[in-house]
Design a protein. Structure first.
Length: 251
């Protein structure tokens, strides 16, 4: 009996080890895309409310991985009264910081954590949704799943107690052949509401996969937010000065 029990424990350990190896393998490519990021995006964010009314915001996004952290600048360029710049930073342990500035400001100020889940883009697309810290959270599990006709690796990510996030869980359907998301669902901690994201028009440029459109919706509610990626570069050759606060304050 002891030997059978020992064999059972050994088999269970092998299963856990294999599962961890599979999770690491699946995470490797999306993490690599973050840790080699060097892109510019010019696009629009279109907020569609429950009545079908559309609000258009022109945006520029630039991102680069410097010295162990992903740096992103989100620049809302029009309409003029809505202009601001958000400077985001994410480290490989999932730590995130955000700073914001408006025309006329003398410096960037820290964006309080309570506002990370807000912004002008509607409830289904917040500032936090421009980052993917869930790929670095400690809780990771994996299963095979279909999304439409696609074979996917379904990754379920849960934060640790020290992770600053408004999400209790993020599920990501990664296309098995290209390791790029086709769908994601994010569960909010306080309300339990679920945001659903669809990645549309997948394309490859310079060896980097991206989507031409991302749509976010609150499950069970009318309205949505569309992020339309109109043009840009996957290899933008960005430099540290492109992310310095003093230059970004020149609107």
């Amino acid at each position: 009996m002891m030997r059978i029990g020992g064999l059972a424990v050994f088999a269970a350990l092998l299963t856990v080890t294999a599962h961890c190896a599979d999770v690491r393998a699946v995470l490797a490519e999306p993490r690599k895309q973050i840790e080699t990021a060097d892109y510019r995006i010019v696009g629009r964010i279109v907020r569609v409310d429950a009545n079908g009314t559309r609000t258009n915001l022109a945006v520029n996004v630039k991102a680069h991985w410097f010295t162990g952290a992903l740096h992103i600048v989100l620049d809302v360029t029009s309409p003029q009264p809505s202009r601001f710049r958000l400077l985001m930073e994410m480290r490989p342990d999932g730590r995130v910081s955000m700073k914001i500035a408006h025309p006329g400001d003398k410096e960037f100020t820290g964006l309080p954590f309570e506002q990370w889940n807000g912004g002008p883009f509607g409830p289904s697309f917040s500032y936090e949704d421009f980052l993917n810290p869930e790929l670095y959270w400690p809780g990771q599990s994996l299963e095979k799943a279909k999304y439409g006709a696609r074979d996917c690796d379904l990754l379920t990510s849960t934060p640790g107690p020290d992770d600053r996030t408004h999400y209790a869980k993020v599920q990501t359907w990664l296309d098995h052949t290209i390791a790029f998301p086709v769908h994601a669902e994010k569960t909010l901690k306080e309300s339990g509401a679920v945001k659903e994201f669809s990645f549309i028009g997948l394309r490859r440029e310079g060896g980097v996969w991206s989507a031409s459109q991302i749509e976010g919706k609150m499950r069970g509610e009318r309205g949505s937010t569309l992020f339309l990626l109109e043009r840009g570069s996957a290899k933008a050759n960005l430099k540290p000065e492109d992310f310095r606060g003093e230059s970004l304050l020149k609107f």
